[in-house]
Design a binder for this molecule. Structure first.
Ligand SMILES: *Cc1c(COP(=O)(O)O)cnc(C)c1O
Length: 478
């Protein structure tokens, strides 16, 4: 080994020594010994690795002890906490896929808790006293809410699309417009799902224009279905046209084909009534004659992660019999949370306030402004001259591939905590308890308050306090 390198390696303290080191004691004491040792070993290995990959000329002569202890404290602090844990979403993106998409309504949380803590009717028919099906629980509600004949709920919408294509079009052709060959986050690409399902994709039209005759010209004896996909996370502007669903349905019926629509978001309320852009609803898609509609449970619908396949009795019955349905089945917590969420939709005004996703989308700007003022006032009262805080107009987004063009007027706190530069502050905020995910915009650090819940304000203030006091990671209360 390079002598300079081995000289540095020898400066690294041993794991045992570090575990007993007074500078790490309060972190180490919070952890089971082997878990603390594993975290320490990881940091030491990262340090060795960074030296190994360092060009020889740039190797330091001395170990940076302060930096090493900072890294150790951070690693031990992380190891003490669950990997999946709460964060405060101050990005202004409501359905943030990386941050867990939809928050659940209290009603859904309560139902999940009940079903998780107790035995339940998951697959039990209380009337007959015999085995029931988990797939029956939500169907009645979905029929009532959407007018569908039958419904199946699976693990997520990618699963619903895969199941639908595999059941209805394996080894046969499915026609789709080139303008709808989407990729959405998390590696869901329509051509790849299509291939995985065993269906053969027939692309028609062009990126910006597809006509009814394009579909018709592509129909052969091998065609099983026409598929329409809601281009959820982008918009093609200008010289464009897609075929409307009713026209597609009429064409499909003439050739005895099925019409499938992947709606993506699964909107159950007409958002234009709340001053938002129109998003096609599940109800109107079914009313337009689609044989099957698929959509997510945790986007605009605002429930737990799930995928829905709603449509005709015959088509849904076919899906249920596919062995893939067993592989994609939703768990009892999902079903419990989803049922409670869907029940809220029976009274739309209730859904709009009780389902956090819908509440955040429709929260009046004046209310966001009021919360911004409250927080700014508290920040100034607590920390006065040590910070600079200003209320700025901001643009929040629905996210999650819903209403891609829609901008929701919002308010953000532009925060400065000297001497930290905005990007340093952003990084520090990711290490607080709970972490705060902020937005950097035009060189400012912004906390958009449309995505922060009022009951999170104390946690947000505590997190900011951790950074302002520039001390050790917070003492962890409650
Ligand atoms: C989000 C989305 C999916 C995937 O849904 P998941 O629930 O994330 O699996 C599929 N199709 C469209 C159009 C989408 O927007």
């Amino acid at each position: 080994m390079d002598p300079a390198l081995s000289q540095l390696f020898r400066q690294l303290p041993a794991v045992d020594e570090l575990l007993r080191h007074p500078r790490l004691q309060s972190w180490v004491d919070r952890l089971p010994r082997p878990w603390a040792a594993a975290a320490v070993r990881r940091v030491l290995e990262e340090q060795r690795q960074s030296w190994r990959s360092c060009p020889p000329g740039d190797l330091p002569s001395q170990l940076d002890e302060a930096a090493l202890f900072q890294a150790l404290q951070l690693a031990l602090d992380q190891a003490a906490q669950p990997a999946i844990r709460q964060v405060i979403n101050a990005t202004g993106v409501i359905i943030h896929t990386n941050l867990g998409r939809s928050l659940l309504a209290v009603e859904a949380l309560e139902q999940i808790l009940e079903v998780a803590a107790h035995y339940s009717t998951l697959e039990y028919d209380l009337v007959k006293g015999e085995r029931g099906s988990r797939h029956d629980h939500l169907e009645g509600l979905l029929k009532e809410l959407t007018g569908c004949e039958a419904a199946l709920v699976v693990n997520n919408n990618a699963g619903a699309v895969l199941l639908a294509l595999n059941t209805l079009a394996q080894d046969r052709e499915v026609i789709i417009s080139r303008g709808q060959l989407i990729e959405i986050g998390g590696s869901f690409r329509m051509p790849e799902i299509m291939a995985a399902s065993g269906a053969i994709m027939r692309e028609v039209g062009t990126t910006n224009k597809t006509h009814l005759r394009d579909y018709e010209n592509a129909i052969t004896s091998e065609t099983a279905a026409l598929l329409k996909v809601h281009p959820s996370n982008f918009r093609i502007m200008g010289f464009t046209s897609e075929v409307a669903l009713p026209d597609l349905v009429a064409l499909a019926r003439r050739y005895s084909l099925l019409t499938l629509e992947d709606l993506g978001s699964g909107c159950l309320v007409d958002l234009s009534r709340y001053g938002l852009e129109r998003e096609p609803t599940v109800q109107e898609t079914l009313a337009a004659g689609a044989d099957l509609v698929t959509f997510s449970g945790d986007k605009l619908l605002g429930g737990p992660q799930a995928g829905f396949a709603l449509g005709s009795k015959e088509v849904v019955a076919g899906l249920r019999q596919n062995p893939l349905t067993r592989a994609l089945r939703p768990d009892k917590l999902t079903l419990a949370g989803m049922e409670a969420t869907l029940r809220l939709y029976l009274e739309e005004p209730l859904a709009m306030v009780a389902i956090p996703t819908l509440e955040m989308i429709t929260r009046p700007l004046a209310e966001v402004e009021r919360q911004a003022r409250n927080l700014a006032r508290t920040l100034k009262r607590r920390w006065g001259a040590r910070i600079k805080v200003e209320i700025r107009p901001s643009e929040a987004r629905v996210g999650g591939g819903s209403l891609p063009g829609a901008v929701l007027p919002s308010r953000a706190l532009a925060l400065e905590i000297p001497p930290l530069a905005p990007h340093e502050l952003e990084a520090r905020l990711r290490q607080t308890h709970p972490p705060v995910i902020a937005r950097l915009e035009h060189g400012s650090l912004l906390l958009d308050l449309r995505t922060v819940q009022t009951d999170e304000h104390p946690a947000l203030l505590a997190a900011l306090g951790e950074v302002i006091d520039l001390g050790a990671p917070a003492s962890r209360e409650g």
